[in-house]
Ligand binder design. Structure first.
Ligand code: UGA
Length: 432
């Protein structure tokens, strides 16, 4: 099929590359000319495992093209995906300016039937507005359909998620749209759920909000575990073995971050408010997440007593492993709070160092975990990169001024570390 994707961020690039890999002819568009010029040469602006190879291969075999002209993209694709950003406005609402702009551009440049697929995370009823906008600005009376096809990719495993998704959700209104979309996804051989458009739109926000709820629940539980001397990892394991609960997204830590959960929970609260529903559960989820960040900070303060002039090593800057994305990273929030209290911060991350140099000032960037630990009063693990799971603790201990580890992601065995002579502080491991 001829597909165009408007918006070449995480979702647009990954989907574009994967659709091309499936044998489709794909044009990815973005109004950031610098980004597009780089992509034309195979320079991928984000780190996502496997993406570079996919883009290089499909550029070479000419199944994947890049353009900064929306007009060209609209002409090229019978199926047009909208994958532009929907950043949060100050009041938490999603900014839909980009979506409206793309809808107008599509309307003005269509030269035949088009299937417009909404993939960005948007409030329920956005597709109604896309339809109205296209109908208002359309030049000739070409036919079109609008589909909601929410995305469930996780950064760090996005290509695998695309190819092996638990479900593909298609909110459709016409038989033609349903046929084209099922044909497009059929090669993946994954379960396809056909719904009405508004249900599909809601599934996206509901899923992210529910996952965030699981995380906040387990983080709240970690506080109780610390108070009574229980281990939240064991509690989560015991809960997760119940199939009705499931073991995923029950890892307590320093709070969720990233470009999705914080923004999407906020947006969903606002959507509900506008619809006249006070979404109290979700407000508690958000507040618990904010609180968890403060709780971890307090744990560090309780151990170090005075933060001023202490040297603190932080391992992990990205909001999760296998990405260089720093958006709403709890690690960055923690570093800023510690720096504000006068700590000297040394950091290391396997992939996010370059991006971090743009957002972190007055910190020392180190080449590896041991250099970061050198002469530090405390070592914090803020992102659970595999590299940090296999550290040489004896070497680490020699480097540290004080053998204190704050395991913000609960990746270590407290007993082992204590045996090696460390003071171990986990999250909900029974040591408030
Ligand atoms: C999330 C969803 O998982 C995807 O399904 C969705 O497509 C995506 O948002 C989106 O809306 O675009 P992502 O933000 O890439 O994906 O990453 P997650 O793996 O969901 O992690 C989000 C945050 O939750 C991270 O900060 C992570 O450290 C934290 N987390 C996750 C926990 O603290 N505990 C857990 O058990 C799981």
């Amino acid at each position: 099929m001829n597909i165009s994707i408007i918006g070449s961020g995480y979702v647009g690039l990954v989907s574009g590359a994967c659709f091309a890999e499936l044998g489709n002819q794909v044009v990815c568009a973005d109004n950031d000319k610098k980004k597009i010029n780089g992509l034309k040469k195979g320079i991928v602006p984000i780190y996502e495992p496997g993406l570079q190879e996919l883009i290089t291969n499909n550029l070479k075999n000419k199944r994947l093209k890049f353009t900064s002209s929306i007009k060209d993209a609209v002409k090229a694709g019978e199926v047009i995906f909208i994958a532009v950003g929907t950043p949060a406005l100050e009041n938490g609402e999603a900014d839909l300016t980009g979506i409206e702009n793309v809808a107008r551009n599509i309307a003005q440049n269509m030269d035949g039937y088009r299937l417009i697929v909404e993939k960005s995370t948007v409030p329920v009823e956005t597709c109604v507005w896309i339809k109205k906008t296209i109908a208002t600005y359309i030049k000739d009376k070409h036919k079109f359909d609008v589909v909601s096809n929410p995305e469930f990719l996780r950064e760090g495993s996005a290509i695998n998620d695309f190819n092996h998704s638990d479900r593909i959700v298609l909110g459709v209104e016409s038989a033609k749209a349903k046929q084209i979309m099922t044909d497009l996804y059929q090669p993946l051989n994954r379960p396809i759920l056909i719904t009405n458009i508004k249900s599909a739109e809601l599934i996206k926000h509901a899923s992210n909000a529910f996952l965030a709820t699981k995380i906040s629940f387990i983080n709240a539980l970690s506080r109780i575990c610390d108070r009574v001397g229980a281990d939240v990892k064991e509690v989560a394991q015991g809960m997760g073995l119940d199939n009705r609960i499931g073991r995923h997204f029950l890892h307590a830590g320093i709070g969720y971050g990233g470009s999705c959960f914080p923004k999407d929970t906020e947006a969903f609260i606002t959507i509900a408010d506008k619809l006249g529903y006070d979404f109290q559960i979700l407000k508690a989820v958000r507040n618990t997440n904010d609180e968890q960040k403060r709780y971890v900070l307090q744990k560090i303060k309780d151990s170090l007593w005075i933060i001023k002039d202490k040297t603190i090593a932080v391992l992990g800057l990205a909001f999760k492993p296998n990405t260089d994305d720093l958006r709403n990273s709890s690690s960055i929030d923690l570093i800023n709070a510690l720096a504000q209290d006068g700590a000297r911060i040394k950091v290391y991350d396997p992939k996010a160092m370059e991006k971090a140099k743009r957002v972190l000032k007055d910190v020392t960037f180190c080449k590896n975990p041991y250099q970061a630990a050198s002469n530090a009063d405390c070592l914090i693990v803020a992102t659970e990169w595999n590299e940090f799971k296999e550290l040489d603790f004896r070497k680490l201990k020699k480097r540290l001024k004080r053998a204190l580890i704050v395991d913000g992601r609960n990746i270590y065995d407290p007993k082992l570390l204590k045996k090696l002579g460390f003071t171990y502080i986990g999250i909900g491991r029974g040591n408030e």
